[in-house]
Design a protein around this ligand. Sequence first.
Ligand SMILES: *Cc1c(COP(=O)(O)O)cnc(C)c1O
Length: 437
Amino acid sequence: MTRVMRYLSTRGRSPAVSIGPAIARGLAPDGGLYVPEALPRLELEAFARDGTLAATATTLLAPFFAGDALENELPRICAEALGLDTPLRTLPQQNASVLELFHGPTAAFKDFGARFLAACMSRLPRADDRVLTILVATSGDTGAAVAAAFHRKPGLRVVILYPDGLVSPRQAHQLGCFGDNVYALRVAGRFDDCQRMVKAALADPALQATVPLSSANSISLGRLLPQMSYYAHAALGWWYQHGTPLNVIVPTGNLGNAMACLWVRAVGLPIGKVRLACNANATLPDFFAGADYMPREAVATIANAMDVGAPSNYERLRWTFPDGNTLRRLLQAHSVDDDAIRQTITGHARAYGDVFCPHTATAVHQLDQQRKAGDAEHWAVVATAHPAKFETVVEPLTGQPVTVPPALAAMLARPASAEPLAAVDAALRDWLARQPS
Ligand SMILES: *Cc1c(COP(=O)(O)O)cnc(C)c1O
C-alpha cells in the first residue's frame, strides 16, 4: 500500500485531498484552511549535511507530497523555485544572527512561496487547455512576488489588483513592470475593495465558466510549505556547527511565515524557542497575554506588510495547538509601535551599521527588549524584506541612501504601467470577460 498524505480542512467539513488538489483550490470548500491529517516526523539523519536549500526542501517536503501526482516532480519544483540564497548572517556584537530572506527577485520572503506555488501550478493537471487566470489582491509585497514568479509561465496569466496611490512608488513600479502575461490593475479604492472584488470573481460560476480562475492567496499550502525549507536549512546548519537548536524571532502579520517555522519544530527539526514580533496590530500579542482571541480592523503602520487585525493562518495555529494554555506556554508574541520601530532602525544603524526594513526591525526590537531583561541566549532574527523596498521610511531615519540590490534595480529600470479600474465587482468581471482565452 502506498502512503498518501491527506489534507483536511480546519473546519472539518471538506473531503480529504492530497497536496495537488489542496494547492489547486487554495481555500478548502467549507471556507477552512487545509492542514495535513497529521504532521510527519523527520529524522536529522535524513538530511544531507551541507545540502542546498532546494535539497533540504526536497527531503523536508517529500512526506507532504506523498501519494500525489506532484510527488515525482518535487525535486524539480524545489530546484526551480528555491535556488535562492538564505544566509544566516552573524551579528557578532549581539550574540545574534539575521536569517536574510530577501535575496529573491522582489527582495522579500514572499518570493519563496510565490515561486514554489508557480512551479506547482504549472505542473497541475487541468480540465482543458484554456489559460488559467491567477487573481491577486495586494497591498504591496505579495503582488510583486507573484508577478515575478508567474511571469511568462505558459498557460497561466496573473491579474494583480492594488489600491491606487496606497502602495509605495517602488511597489507600484514593481507591479507594473512585467507585462506579457502579467496585468496590473490600479483600483480606485482601498485594499479591502481589491480583496472583495477578487473574492466575488472567484465565487462567480458564470464568470468561471468563461474565464477559468484561481488565486495565489497567502493561505495556500503551496506558499506555506516552501517557507518551512529556510527554517529547516538554517536550523540544520546551526545544529551541525553548534550542537544547539536555533531560537527564532519572526516578524508576523498573517502568521504564514511563523506557522512555517512552528511546523519545522513540530516535525522534529532543531528549532528552539520561537517569538512573534508584531507591529501595533496586537491581536496575537493580546491573545498570548491571556485575552480571548479578538480579530479586529487593522491599523496602518510603517511595517505595512504586517498590518493585519485578523491573521489568516490563526485557524492553522489552533489546529496545530488546540489547547490555548499549552500554546501560550510554547509561544510568545509582542507588539511594537511605530516609534519603537523607528528608534530601532536608527539605533542599530548608528551603533552597528546594520540597516533593517521596518518589518525586520520589529523582531530586532524584540531582541533588544530581551537583552534588557537579561536574556543572553543566541537568537536568529528573521529579515523579511530588504530595506531598499522601504527606502521612504528607512533613509530619513539613517540619513544614508540604501543600496538597491541588483534584481530590484533591474526591475525599477524597466518601464511600468497599470490600467485604472473602478472599485466595483462588476468592473473586474467585465475586464476579465474581455480578455482573450
Ligand atoms: C508578508 C510580510 C510579512 C508578514 O508575513 P506573514 O506571513 O503574513 O506573517 C512581514 N514582512 C514582510 C516584508 C512581508 O512582506
